[in-house]
Design a protein around this ligand. Structure first.
Ligand code: MF3
Ligand code: CO
Length: 252
C-alpha cells in the first residue's frame, strides 16, 4: 500500500531527514585514512541519539550496527568494525534515523584522501544519476520515468546498474511501497502523487552490475570486485517537483 502523508507526518519526516543530513555533515570531516568504520558507526549512533532519534538500521532484521558502511567493492550493508579506511578508498555511509516514529534515509559515497580518476568518475556520475532521476519527479508522473532516467544516465556513462536492490517508499516504516528501481521503462509503474515520500537510491558499479552476498550474510559486493557507489535522498513528491528531506547542499 502506498500512503500519502498528512502535513503533520511530513513535518516529522522533515525532522527525521534533517537528523540524517546532520549526521552526514557531522561525520564527513572524520572520513580520513586511519579511522575505523566502527569508530564512525559509534559516532553516528551517539549523534543520532543526541538529536532525540534512533538509528533505524540497528537490529533491523538483525542488522548488528547503527549505520551501514560499505568500502570500495562493497555495494551496500557493509558492517562497521575494525577495518581502517585507507587513502584511495571510497566509502558509503548509509544512514537511517527514526524521529517520533518517522524515518529518514540517505546514503552518500565519499572519497578517502586522494582517489583514482576511475573512482572519482564513479562518484560523480552516481551522484548525477540520483539527480537525473529526481529531475523527473512530480505529481502525476510515472515512476518508470524516474527509473528510466537513472538507467539511461548510467548506461550513457558505461556504469553497471545494480538491479537486485531498489529505492523504496518511506514513512512510519523504513521500507514501504512502492519499490523504486534504478532501471525501467518510461510510462510504466505507479503514478507519483503529491505527498508520497520515497527514497531514491542509485547503486552504480564501475564494472559488472552483478553482485553477491558475503558469508557474513549482510555485506553485498560487486561480482568483479570493482568499486561501487551509492547516493540516496529521501524526498516528498510535490505538485511541481520534489522536496529533498535529507539535505540540499550535497554534504559539502
Ligand atoms: N538504507 C538501507 C536500505 O534502504 C537501510 C538498510 S538497514 C539495514 O536498505 F539494517 F538493512 F542495514
Ligand atoms: Co534506502
Amino acid at each position: 500500500m502506498i500512503t500519502i502523508k498528512s502535513e503533520y507526518e511530513l513535518s516529522l519526516m522533515r525532522e527525521a531527514g534533517k537528523i540524517v543530513y546532520e549526521t552526514h555533515k557531522y561525520l564527513k570531516p572524520y572520513i580520513k585514512p586511519g579511522i575505523t568504520t566502527g569508530e564512525l558507526d559509534k559516532m553516528a549512533h551517539d549523534f543520532i541519539l543526541s538529536k532525540g532519534a534512533t538509528p533505524s538500521c540497528l537490529n533491523y532484521e538483525g542488522y548488528p550496527a547503527s549505520i551501514c558502511i560499505s568500502v570500495n567493492e562493497e555495494v551496500v550493508h557493509g558492517i562497521p568494525g575494525k577495518r581502517k579506511l585507507k587513502n584511495g578508498d571510497i566509502v558509503t555511509l548509509d544512514i537511517c534515523a527514526c524521529y517520533k516514529g518517522y524515518h529518514g534515509d540517505s546514503a552518500w559515497s565519499y572519497a578517502v584522501g586522494e582517489i583514482s580518476k576511475e573512482k572519482a568518475y564513479l562518484l560523480m556520475h552516481t551522484e548525477n544519476a540520483l539527480y537525473e532521476g529526481l529531475s523527473k519527479v512530480k505529481d502525476g508522473v510515472y515512476l518508470g520515468d524516474v527509473s528510466n532516467a537513472i538507467e539511461e544516465y548510467a548506461n550513457k556513462h558505461k556504469l553497471g546498474v545494480v538491479r537486485e536492490l531498489v529505492g523504496h517508499g518511506i514513512g512510519s516504516n523504513l521500507h514501504e511501497d512502492p519499490e523504486v528501481p534504478n532501471y525501467g521503462k518510461k510510462g510504466t509503474g505507479i503514478i507519483l502523487k503529491k505527498g508520497m515520500t520515497i527514497a531514491v537510491e542509485p547503486m552504480l558499479n564501475l564494472g559488472t552490475r552483478n553482485i553477491y552476498l558475503l558469508d557474513d550474510d549482510w555485506t553485498i559486493v560487486t561480482g568483479d570486485n570493482k568499486p561501487s557507489a551509492h547516493f540516496e535522498h529521501t524526498i516528498i513528491v510535490t505538485s511541481d517537483g520534489y522536496e529533498i528531506l535529507t539535505g540540499d547542499d550535497n554534504y559539502e
